[in-house]
Design a protein around this ligand. Structure first.
Ligand code: ZN
Length: 247
């Protein structure tokens, strides 16, 4: 896993005390341990969270921001993928509580602002519930960033509509950062059934046999590098605006 000078894992408690006092916010990446079809590892979302938060921390100074990066939280809410081996899930309330307790720990050390950068759709609801609780119960200014929300239009331009789970987009990101972890010979169109408009699909194997959506043979790591730069800029601009506005 990559490390920067702004990583809590490299700090002593004295370093952390000084870094928290100087930084605008503590930043946590959240991923999942969850099947990503037959060509990608179960760590895709956690790898994305690790690398994409590193991009944010590295580019922060250009936006007059400074973060302390917490260790990425690898486990998430992945019940909908549990019919595929290798998936590990926390139940939604446990996950929500874990995030609240991480934020509470920060608040007890005097941290006033917490940024959650999420890279897994299943985490959305428990994370946004946790963010609300941190604001209301602990007075901790909390920002919830779902990474792909800030690159959605650009992703559609590059990959069309079908860039979902383990498809063109995520395959490209892993080919960009960790090509050694992509089984190129196993990439094939995922042939997922159309998602219902009103019904809950319950478990993901009802939608796709292989485990993914879209067509990973369309992966393009060079194009996704530009999308990553764009998303990084969009997120930092939004955070700076919100912080300057007193949120
Ligand atoms: Zn994913």
């Amino acid at each position: 896993m990559p490390e920067t000078d702004d990583d809590l894992v490299t700090m002593t408690w004295e370093d952390a005390e000084a870094a928290f006092a100087d930084a605008d916010a503590a930043l946590l990446g959240t991923g999942s341990v969850e099947q990503h079809s037959v060509h990608l590892p179960v760590s895709v979302d956690t790898l994305r969270a690790e690398h994409l938060t590193e991009e944010l921390v590295d580019a922060a100074a250009e936006h007059d921001l400074e973060f302390v990066r917490l260790p990425t939280l690898p486990y998430g809410m992945s019940e909908h993928h549990m019919n595929f081996p290798g998936t590990i899930t926390l139940d939604p309330l446990t996950y929500e509580d874990a995030i609240v307790q991480i934020g509470e720990s920060l608040a007890r050390h005097g941290v006033e602002r917490f940024v959650i950068v999420n890279c897994h759709g299943g985490n959305r609801e428990p994370l946004s519930n946790a963010a609300d609780r941190l604001v209301r119960e602990y007075g901790l200014a909390t920002h919830f960033v779902h990474w792909t929300d800030f690159a959605r239009e650009r992703l559609k331009e590059v990959f069309g509509e079908g860039w979902g789970h383990a498809g063109d987009h995520e395959t490209s990101v892993i080919e960009h950062y960790r090509p050694d972890l992509v089984k190129a010979g196993k990439k094939e169109p995922q042939n997922a059934t159309e998602m219902p408009e009103t019904a809950s699909y319950g478990y993901f194997d009802r939608v796709t046999d292989l485990g993914g959506l879209g067509d990973p043979t369309n992966a393009d790591p060079e194009a996704v590098a530009e999308v990553i730069d764009h998303g990084t800029e969009e997120i930092l601009t939004a955070l700076k605006d919100d912080i300057d506005a007193g949120w």
